[in-house]
Design a protein around this ligand. Structure first.
Ligand SMILES: [Zn+2]
Length: 60
């Protein structure tokens, strides 16, 4: 088994039979995806984040 470390939570997982690789779970994959979209890890600024999302939707 090829062992890897989840880049989000640092939990040990395996590459084989892991649909969320290189992450350990769907949750970590989505967390990384969200951070990627916003350009940074901005989990602390909840109010700003909600505002940005609303503005994006209006533009589209
Ligand atoms: Zn993880």
């Amino acid at each position: 088994m090829m062992r890897i470390t989840c880049p989000i939570c640092k939990k040990r997982t395996t590459l084989e039979e892991n649909p969320w690789r290189p992450f350990c779970s769907k949750r970590c994959k989505l967390l990384d995806f969200g951070a990627w979209i916003s350009g940074d890890y901005r989990i602390e600024g909840n109010e700003d984040e909600e505002e940005d999302e609303r503005r994006d939707n209006e533009d589209i």
